[in-house]
Design a protein around this ligand. Structure first.
Ligand code: NAD
Ligand code: DAU
Length: 344
């Protein structure tokens, strides 16, 4: 691993990963390839550009554009691809799945084919726990479980995972896959629940909790995810998939309680609103396979939530311009006519 192509590197997890890798590996070169959709922002990488000089390069482009992808791989001398590029928000996938099918499935195919044509480059796919679907009882998803995605987003990510595995089996492409839990931390676009609720609360706006708020998620600090990907790139077994999460779970309402406590804001901001269509009640991962590589998380849920809240409190320069732009229309579309189920 000498020169990484990080697709989707201007988004939330990708930008944290680029910073992490450049800090950890002094000989590494990184090229970020990103379309800069609403979720991709050069501000997420402005300190990286300043700190790492010519070890970091940015190229704008779409992962569905095979010619441009091949050109950047050749121009930069890439030997490893890590694919974060995706449409990522479940609510947007419910309103309009088209871009999800294009980017998350077809775009992954384009990258796999580019990796193959360039001489079987090392390829890592960033996937999600959502591909397992809603998990019943006490079961924790194992990497060997059947995929049972339930939203257009999750289905498009599952389709990509199948393609990645097919390229390993058919062409011997040296791949790995990681399936991450709900990441939180710096630079997450405020459509996702934790940054949405922090920034709403800072503006004394209500927090729209879907349904009863008893859905269970594994809120993982983004740097724990980045460390895991780094480890898989160096020590993961080619052809294998690794779950990445804390291996524990909490309800959305418990997450909200910690978030409000860190901000010193009242529970009266909570509004239970009409649920998300097809809302998965529970995700929970078995992470022993990753731990066997020597990984363990540094952050508990509570530490991750509190650290994330503090970042948003300290970095209004980052999120205030976002919330005053395109986001206002999006917010109105998703929440404007949503039925309130209970308010204090
Ligand atoms: P994000 O929405 O913050 O960023 C996505 C990035 O991809 C943006 O920079 C965007 O500009 C770029 N992009 C979108 N379409 C593109 C295209 N066609 N060509 C090139 N670039 C394109 O997403 P994120 O939360 O950082 O997620 C990154 C990856 O991690 C995704 O693959 C997602 O499925 C996966 N994942 C996310 C989480 C989570 O909790 N956020 C958890 C597990 C897995
Ligand atoms: O689990 C990994 C996945 O986590 C990633 O693959 C996705 O890219 C990422 O968006 C995230 O998906 P979720 O749907 O779990 O995340 P979101 O932040 O949208 O919602 C988290 C939980 O909070 C979920 O149970 C829905 C609930 N929620 C969400 C929003 C936006 C609310 O109650 N109210 C809200 O307004």
């Amino acid at each position: 691993m000498h020169h990484l192509l990080v697709t989707g590197g201007a988004g939330f997890i990708g930008s944290n990963f680029v910073r992490w890798m450049l800090q950890q590996h002094p000989d590494l070169q990184v090229t970020v390839y990103d379309k800069l959709t609403y979720a991709g922002r050069l501000e997420n990488l402005q300190d990286v550009a300043a700190a790492f000089g010519d070890r970091y390069t940015f190229r704008q482009g779409d992962i569905c554009d095979a010619g441009r992808v091949a050109e950047v791989i050749a121009e930069r001398g890439v030997d490893t691809i890590v694919n974060f590029a995706a449409e990522t928000h479940v609510d947007r996938s419910i309103m309009d799945p088209d871009a999800f099918i294009q980017t998350d499935i077809y775009g992954t195919y384009v990258l796999l084919e580019a990796a193959r044509q360039a001489g079987n480059l090392r390829y890592h796919q960033i996937s999600t726990d959502e591909v397992y679907g809603h998990i019943e009882g006490d079961h924790r998803s194992l990497e060997s479980d059947c995929l049972a995605p339930r939203s257009p987003y999750a289905a498009s990510k599952a389709g990509a995972d199948h393609l990645v595995n097919a390229y390993f089996i058919t062409y011997n492409l040296p791949i790995t896959i990681s399936r991450g839990a709900n990441n939180i931390g710096p630079y997450q676009y405020p459509e996702k629940v934790v940054p949405l609720f922090v920034t709403n609360a800072l503006n004394d706006q209500p927090l729209p909790v879907y349904g009863d708020g008893q859905q269970r998620r594994d809120y993982q600090f983004v740097l724990d995810h980045c460390q895991a990907i780094d480890l898989i790139l160096r020590k993961g077994v080619i052809g294998e998939t690794y779950n990445v999460g804390t291996g524990t779970e909490m309800t959305n309402l418990a997450m909200v309680e910690i978030l409000l406590d860190e901000l010193g804001k009242p529970a009266s901001l909570i509004r239970h609103v009409e649920d998300r269509l097809g809302h998965d009640r529970r995700y929970c991962l078995d992470v022993h396979k990753l731990m066997d590589l020597g990984w363990e998380p540094d952050y508990t849920h509570e530490e991750a939530i509190r650290a994330t809240v503090r970042w948003y409190v300290d970095n209004r320069w980052w999120w205030e311009p976002i919330r005053s732009g395109e986001f206002k229309q999006y917010y109105e579309q998703v929440y404007g006519k949503r039925r309130v189920l209970s308010a204090p």
